[in-house]
Design a binder for this molecule. Sequence first.
Ligand SMILES: [Mg+2]
Length: 226
Amino acid sequence: MKDILLLFDIDGTLIDSGEAGSRALNKAFEKLFGIKDAFKPISMAGKTDTQIIKEALVFHRIDNGMHMINNMISTYIEFLKMEIDNPRRTLKPGVAEILEFFDSRNIPMGLLTGNIEEGARIKLSPFGINRYFPTGAFGSDHEDRDMLLPIAISRFSRFGIDLTPDRCIIIGDTPRDVRCAKIHGARAVAVCTGPYSADALHSSGADLVIESLNHKERLISFLKEL
Ligand SMILES: [Mg+2]
């Protein structure tokens, strides 16, 4: 396991926020535009926050200019800080152990997530795992998840970690995580702890599909062969 970079998705992969994200989005939308449950018709898994907000604005026929999106984002963040404090939030199985394992072996880890950076940090903060991820690429960097890997790579290069995409492993729970790895020639590890079945993740082209991050040995033997 030399010269690799592990990039983790957040929702459905590292944590379950207890739906804090969708509640915060709905509350922000209701506060700004008076529409309840505005995100009910919008599918969210694997999309960036900016993309999700834009889709909701378009769906409800509201101006979707940058000013409106920024307004939504700052209101969402205020609600997220409260909503993350809920009894249903959990760390996904095996996460604490696997982060400790890679950290103890000095394997660099980052985030590659559709969450805007501030939201990502708020979601991870109650679990005390932000410290494993010095940087990454976020929904606040680009609306299109497919554009995030090169951003993550260039941020790590400032830490002296200079790797090509084929040395990067994206770990996520949706076909969108798999695609944003494969289009750049990176590896994709898919976990079945989100809304997608193993079959769906296999057919999306994942290099490895595991039930959860509890399957540490399978993940490690995959990484050793790279
Ligand atoms: Mg996810």
